[in-house]
Design a protein around this ligand. Structure first.
Ligand SMILES: Nc1ncnc2c1ncn2[C@@H]1O[C@H](COP(=O)(O)OP(=O)(O)O)[C@@H](O)[C@H]1O
Ligand SMILES: [Mg+2]
Length: 472
């Protein structure tokens, strides 16, 4: 069959030219398009008729005309037989087309250049696909990198990837600290067995609760989820870890605070029981006091101490009561005085002097008295705790503007190191062995509820707290 076909038949070449899957063009020496095929028309958006009125310059990207000159020169001088390169063209509607171009110079029997023949393979679609793929890969990478959960990728239990959160979670100084190490270096020994039992490469597992050991030796509780994946074309496991230590601690604290409530209720009960006999003592004492002429001084002391016991009992009863916010107009000075009475024994014990300066005619502020007391107690207790060798605490109450007052507490304590300042008020952030790290958070919440503002400044010579409250 084949031998009957005349391969010299020009029809055959015309057929191959016209029906080629890539664009083909015959171009005159001065760049005119003499003949083009359908693929080329399709790629450039022109009809065959339109193309024949164009020259190569109309199809080439204007920035690449210089390259074209060079190609023509080298082909004409016979330095090269053909040229192949990836280059840009311009579509009829002006958008860029990327294509692989091949061009060669056809010469006649006297070796004189006659015309160029060029193949142009449009690769815009492929390039777009590659770009999309890269974009989606980048998106995946960003998602993993910015994930609020730690992500570790394991190949046969060895870490081959970790994200930013993972580095922070495990307290590493850089990603390099973990790459190549086995995950068992970071899992608590008691959890190894349970972890080994699972075949993570086959199925998704979790969430499981596991203990991890940070670089600094601290143990954290994490929720772990493992998903089979591939890494550089090989089977791997994507491990998600979420630190749940804080919520676990919160849970424990809730239980503790329940215990505290019970202790508070007990204290309130005792206060109540003590108040009754105290009322009787006070009554008889006042009756006796009238007739006393001797040792008058002793009686004055007994009288003022009885009053003090009464004040403290009343405060205990108030604070132990369930806290339901009750907003009323109150005098800030009266509230402060109550708090100072409560803290008196502590300030005396620690050799601390409280210097109070309250500007006259401070307007009343709408507040919940008990909550505000809690705020002052928390701030002052922190100040007292920061001054183990004693000193002074200044409390100023000033009219700030017609609609706000300023309460300033300045202590001479050890101060809050600058790098910790922005963590202040974070729940559970404490530098004290027996601290809860809840005091300032509670203060912040209460002040916000009162539409107030708080500012904390600190230096190694002391801390200054400013609270602004609206008065209307
Ligand atoms: N007046 C202060 N002087 C120095 N440090 C302070 C002061 N107030 C707060 N801090 C720091 O802020 C941390 C958090 O305080 P807080 O929330 O009251 O919790 P806690 O007192 O239980 O530690 C303290 O542990 C301490 O490091
Ligand atoms: Mg505190």
């Amino acid at each position: 069959m084949l031998d009957k076909i005349n391969v010299e038949n020009p029809q055959l070449f015309i057929h191959a030219f016209e029906n080629a899957g890539i664009g083909m063009a015959i171009i005159s020496l001065d760049g005119k398009l003499l003949k083009v095929n359908q693929s080329l028309c399709t790629s450039f958006g022109y009809t065959a008729e339109e193309v024949l009125h164009l020259s190569m310059k109309d199809l080439l990207h204007p920035d690449d005309l210089a390259i074209d000159k060079l190609i023509i020169q080298e082909l004409t001088e016979g330095k090269r037989k053909s040229y192949q390169m990836e280059r840009r063209y311009i579509h009829k509607d002006n958008h860029e087309i990327w294509a692989i171009m091949n061009v060669s110079l056809v010469r006649d029997e006297n070796d004189q250049p006659r015309f160029y023949i060029s193949q142009i393979q449009d690769i815009s679609v492929q390039l777009r696909t590659v770009a999309k793929l890269r974009e989606s890969e980048e998106r995946y990478h960003r998602l993993v990198e910015e994930s609020p959960d730690g992500v570790i990728i394991l190949k046969e239990e060895r870490c081959v990837f970790i994200n930013k959160t993972g580095v922070e979670l495990l307290g590493l100084s850089s990603k390099k600290d973990i790459i190549g190490r086995t995950i068992f270096d970071f899992i608590h020994k008691k959890d190894h067995k349970a972890y080994k039992k699972r075949d993570f490469c086959r199925e998704s597992v979790g969430p499981l609760e596991k203990r991890f050991i940070r670089m600094d030796g601290k143990i954290i509780t994490v929720e772990l989820k493992a998903i089979p994946t591939t890494f550089r074309d090989e089977p791997a496991v994507h491990v998600n870890i979420r630190d749940i230590s804080a919520s676990k601690k919160a849970q424990e604290l809730m239980i503790n605070s329940e215990k505290l409530t019970i202790a508070g209720q007990l204290a309130a009960g005792i206060a109540h029981e003590v108040r009754n006999p105290l009322t009787a003592i006070k009554g008889f004492f006042q009756m006796m006091e009238k007739d006393v002429t001797e040792n008058k001084l002793y009686f004055d002391v007994i009288g003022s101490e009885i009053n003090r016991i009464e004040v403290i009992l009343n405060e205990l009863l108030l604070l132990a009561k369930p806290q339901e916010a009750k907003f009323e107009f109150k005098n800030i000075e009266v509230i402060l005085n109550h708090v100072l009475t409560l803290l008196e024994s502590q300030t005396n014990l620690n050799n601390i002097q409280i210097i109070k300066n309250i500007e006259p005619s401070i307007p009343l502020i709408k507040c919940d008295e008990n909550q505000l007391k809690q705020v002052f107690i928390n701030f002052l207790k922190n100040s007292i705790e920061a001054m183990p060798r004693g000193g002074m605490i200044h409390i100023d109450v000033l009219k700030q503007s017609p609609t706000s007052i300023l309460i300033r507490i300045v202590d001479q304590g050890s101060g809050i190191p600058e790098h910790l300042l922005n963590r202040i008020g974070e729940p559970f952030f404490t530098t004290k062995e027996k601290g809860t790290g809840l005091g300032l958070m509670i203060c912040k919440n209460i002040i916000e509820e009162h539409k107030g503002k708080i500012k904390i400044e600190s230096s190694p010579s002391g801390t200054r707290i400013e609270i602004h409250f609206p008065t209307s």
